[in-house]
Design a protein around this ligand. Structure first.
Ligand code: NAD
Length: 456
């Protein structure tokens, strides 16, 4: 835990708001993880079990359970792409549309070698509940391509993205299904998707279709605050938690798994509140420095070297040492199924904040609760991304542009409301915050099915 007597002060570059986001295609090839990758089938199974638990808590009608147990549409496409050396490679892309009773399907696009149908199905369902919980008028979707993004050149990344967008065709649309960045993709990838899509519509309709994706760069129709949005939402959640527990964030230590968009922006913003980053694990290695790692400098290192490995301001340690490290706040912000029951039994922390989607195994919440450790689940903690995506979508639709203060204030209001709603529901129903978040979301969806009825 943090030694409050040895508080760190933020350095000048940590207070800068213009934080870079690592660009996957620009980074040199990096080695694949040397440990076993999470199984998509296990992930889907765990999600389904959590859903059934929440159905019970929410007393969900059987007809709604039946609908929500499976996605509405599952699209798999194999498409060829010309590589830089002149050869052609076939890629497998997925888009899963889970539910759209609350609004257009919405969810990220993942480029990772471990992408599978089951993984994307679980992630799409999580999006449905996240949007419902945050009262964003979107449904849930998710997509991905099975590819190691680090091995593609920038040109190959562009051709893969444009060809996949073309293959998706009318299966996406600004009022139908709206992709966004996720692991291995970023604002540049979103720009290419948008540009490809709007070049397939009537000339007179081009500007009306800017909202086909969110997470674009500002110049291409993005919004201020989107790049850091998920990290910002995580920090707003942590601030609510700190207020609830009477915990002083100034001098608190943080450990983060994954130092991409979510992990790096969480660390950077938390450092402005006086938190000290002491341990980071990513796909290239683990670094530890109890005296503090400068998030801004680490972002620059990762941008240049493709991962945290070799960062000079910290000691390189084993992956196990990451989970054995002590920190007030742990933020998993990489892949799913990282926190096992064994880790939950030994981890030395006060709160786990799920930046990643589905980073915890079944049983983890109960073990942590027994040890007096709080868990802020993914549906709540990492919802900042989709909330600000919604703001970007509104701005595109209305041809508006909001300033950063407006975006942040609106995000804060939604995160606070969702946090307090989950807290209250969990207290009233005697359930975990994960069950509370899911049950609240399911209740909102069930109400719409009640009001509208089920066709025919
Ligand atoms: P990213 O591609 O920017 O970064 C991913 C990070 O995970 C990298 O640091 C990478 O090194 C690390 N990583 C990959 N494999 C790993 C492994 N086996 N072990 C340890 N680290 C590994 O992705 P991101 O956008 O930051 O997304 C991270 C997580 O947050 C994902 O679960 C994603 O679904 C979730 N999320 C992202 C957003 C968003 O707005 N980008 C929103 C909500 C949730």
């Amino acid at each position: 835990m943090a030694d409050k007597s040895s508080k760190k002060t933020t350095t000048a570059d940590e207070t800068s708001t213009a934080a870079p986001t690592p660009t996957p295609a620009a980074t040199p090839a990096a080695p694949r993880p040397d440990h076993e990758a999470p199984s998509g089938a296990d992930f889907y199974q765990i999600h389904s079990t959590q859903l059934e638990q929440a159905f019970k808590v929410a007393n969900t009608p059987e007809r709604v359970r039946t609908i929500l147990r499976q996605p509405k549409n599952e699209l798999i496409t194999n498409f060829p792409v010309r590589m830089d050396d002149g050869s052609y490679r076939l890629f497998k892309g997925y888009r899963i549309q889970h539910n759209n009773i609350l609004g257009p399907f919405k969810g990220g696009l993942r480029y990772h070698w471990n992408v599978s149908l089951d993984e994307v199905k679980a992630l799409a369902a999580i999006m449905t509940y996240k949007c419902a919980l945050l009262e964003v008028p979107f449904g849930g979707g998710k997509g991905g391509i099975k590819v190691d993004a680090h091995t593609l050149s920038r040109d190959e990344m562009e051709r893969v993205t444009r060809r996949f967008t073309h293959a998706l065709g009318n299966n996406i649309g600004p009022d139908y299904d709206i992709p966004a960045p996720d692991m291995g993709t970023n604002s540049q990838v979103m720009n290419w998707m948008m540009d490809t899509y709007i070049n397939t519509v009537n000339t007179s309709q081009k500007n009306a279709n800017l909202a086909i994706v969110t997470g674009k760069t500002l110049s291409a129709g993005g919004t201020l605050g989107r790049t850091k949005a998920t990290g910002q939402g995580i920090v707003y959640c942590i601030q609510e938690w700190a207020a609830e527990r009477g915990f002083d964030l100034d001098g608190a230590t943080i450990a983060i798994q994954g130092f991409g968009n979510v992990g790096s922006h969480s660390a950077h913003i938390l450092s402005k509140h006086g938190c000290v980053l002491t341990a980071v694990n990513d796909h290239t290695g683990t670094i530890i420095n109890p005296q503090g790692i400068n998030p801004r400098k680490l972002m620059e290192w990762v941008e240049k070297h493709g991962g945290v490995k070799g960062y000079p301001g910290a000691e390189s340690v084993s992956r196990d040492a990451f989970w054995a490290a002590e920190a007030d706040i742990f933020i998993p912000a990489a892949l799913e199924l990282q926190i096992t029951p064994e880790i939950a039994r030994t981890i030395k922390t006060r709160v786990i904040v799920e930046g990643a989607n589905g980073p915890s195994h079944l049983g983890v919440d109960e073990i942590l609760e027994g040890r007096g450790i709080d868990m802020l689940p993914d549906l709540l903690a990492n919802a900042g991304g989709v909330v600000v995506s919604y703001f970007e979508w509104i701005q595109n639709k209305r041809f508006e542009s909001w300033d950063l203060e407006e975006v942040d204030a609106k995000l804060l209001a939604r995160m606070k409301k969702a946090y307090q709603g989950v807290r209250k529901f969990a207290a009233e129903h005697g359930c975990t915050r994960r069950q509370a978040a899911l049950a609240l979301a399911i209740n909102r969806i069930a109400r719409v099915y009640d009001d509208r009825g089920i066709f025919p």
